[in-house]
Design a protein around this ligand. Structure first.
Ligand code: NAD
Length: 482
């Protein structure tokens, strides 16, 4: 398929494009059309990228520059990303599930803003003096890790890359990054922009490829000092296993979720219905923090279900390149079949389909917004991360029951809570097992200072916030005898 902007080709290593034989086809989720192909980096290509990163660190002295010089360079990079917002948004929309209009503001501009956010830590955060006796002088120094190996998913490809790159670079590291094989291009393009903005060549190296070959070569490489991963809990477990086998190194893992949205009868019903929909339908539910388990107090359940059904019925499936806001496609036909498989299994096991439960009858991979009730705690629609526009609808009659339903045996990424009772909001927030709780809203704001990351099998460590910056530095305790 021809396309109106040039797509980056090959890997991007040491500031130049490195070709490789076309190994993995990239397709459009909106139409199913083949868009092009990317190479598959094997261990030797990953090795080349790690060497380029190490060389860039040594030759540029990036970690030892005056901190403000790092800040300035990263702002210049963010300037270029903003200036190229149209092109990048289109590049994101061509192969991902992100509508171009949303990608421009929500992904590209937010990514630039988050790069600036992280940059500003570079000349402000430092180690700390510690109290000791007069006989000694103690402090905690900190330093970058060196080369960070980053691996990102296909949902919000640019933004997930910006979180990793922004924090790692501001903290003085170089990066070898592997975007998802389904959405490879914007990561490569912004890496190229970093060099145009004056960041050292080789500070960001992009290798193309899949998880088992390229991803494993990154996580198992002895020259990678820390791994930063965002993706499924299954792949996170495989990464832990590979790291355990190939040589222990630190890791940050941002993994899956199955987050509850808990609604009490005293909520503002219309506002809550809008929030619940914003918690499950954007990007067709393909976001880690999706509030896919709706839990509702009995007395308002029927009224709320009616409002949700009305809103679910109103979505319009839209080609991501149409440049209008609209309902996203599922990333691939394979993923659509997986979603449908879980929905059908849920029904077979006794669940009731309130709406949806099938694909839209049109080209591309679009799945109808789906609401499922009458589910038990072992129903696959409740236990599995579906990663699609599918929510379960469960009723409760007491706070204790709400909390018991809200707790998931595996995941603890986020939770939403809707009530006008402040005491209840604080009481329940304390008890919810989640890395993030939103009250009377659902979803992030532009307050990047709030760290994101899961409890339980939803992850280890944090992206965003001060924590993410410090997660890219390691501490050294120093004690001097006086
Ligand atoms: P995925 O785990 O299939 O793939 C993610 C990335 O990991 C891809 O680049 C893939 O090639 C790579 N990969 C796969 N197996 C690997 C392995 N064994 N070793 C190394 N790399 C490997 O996930 P996905 O389908 O691309 O993304 C969706 C998942 O990501 C969902 O589970 C979602 O919840 C999660 N996610 C989490 C967050 C968060 O902040 N917690 C954010 C976005 C997405």
């Amino acid at each position: 398929m021809s396309f109106d902007i040039p797509l980056p080709s090959g890997h991007y290593i040491g500031g130049r494009h490195v070709s490789g034989s076309e190994a993995i086809e990239v397709t459009s989720p909106s139409t199913g059309a083949a868009l092009g192909a990317i190479p598959l980096a094997d261990a030797s290509v990953v090795d080349e990228a790690v060497s380029a990163a190490r060389t860039a660190l040594t030759s540029s002295g990036w970690a030892g520059l005056a901190p403000r010089a790092r800040v300035r360079a990263m702002h210049a990079w963010a300037d270029l990303i903003e200036a190229e917002a149209e092109t990048i948004a289109r590049m994101e929309a061509v192969c991902s599930s992100r509508p171009q209009a949303e990608a421009r503001v929500g992904d590209v501009m937010t990514s630039a803003e988050q790069i600036r956010f992280f940059a500003e830590f570079a000349d402000k955060e430092a180690g700390t003096l510690v109290p000791t006796s007069d006989a000694a002088f103690g402090f905690i120094d900190d330093a970058p890790y060196g080369v960070i190996g980053a691996i990102t998913p296909w949902n919000f490809p640019l933004n997930m890359a910006a979180w990793k790159l922004g924090a790692a670079l501001a903290a003085g590291n170089a990066v070898v990054i592997k975007p998802s094989e389904m959405t490879p291009w914007t990561t490569s393009y912004v890496a190229e922009l970093s060099v145009q903005a004056g960041l050292p060549e080789g500070l960001i190296n992009v290798v193309m490829g899949d998880g088992p070959v390229t991803g494993a070569a990154i996580t198992g490489h002895p020259g990678i000092d820390k791994v930063s991963f965002t993706g499924s809990t299954r792949a996170g477990a495989a990464i832990m296993e590979n790291i355990a086998k190939t040589g222990i190194k630190p890791m940050t893992l941002e993994l899956g979720g199955k987050s509850p949205q808990v609604v009490f009868a005293d909520c503002d019903l219309d506002h809550t219905a809008d929030c619940l929909v914003r918690g499950i339908l954007p990007n067709a539910g393909q976001f880690c923090v999706a509030g896919s388990r709706i839990l509702v107090e009995d007395s308002i359940a029927d009224a709320l279900a009616a409002k949700l059904l009305e809103r679910f019925a109103a979505v319009v499936p839209t080609d991501t390149l149409a440049d209008t806001a609209g309902f996203s496609p599922i990333i691939s036909g394979k993923q659509l079949r997986r979603i449908d498989g879980i929905v059908q299994a849920a029904v077979t096991q006794g669940a009731e389909l309130l709406c949806g439960g099938s694909a839209f009858d049109r080209e591309g991979s679009f799945y109808r917004p789906t609401l499922i009730s009458e589910v038990t705690e072992t129903n696959p629609a409740v236990t599995e991360e579906i990663f699609g526009p599918v929510a379960t609808f469960q009723r409760f009659s007491s706070e204790d029951e709400a909390l018991q339903l809200a707790s998931h045996p595996t995941y603890g990424l986020c939770a939403g809570l809707f009530t006008r009772d402040l005491s209840r909001a604080l009481r329940i927030t304390r008890k919810l097992e989640a890395g993030t709780v939103w009250v009377n809203r659902y979803g992030r704001t532009r307050d990047h200072i709030l760290p994101t990351g899961g409890w339980k099998a939803s992850g280890l460590g944090k992206d965003l916030g001060r924590e993410a910056y410090h997660g890219n530095r390691r501490t050294k305790s120093v004690l001097i005898d006086l």
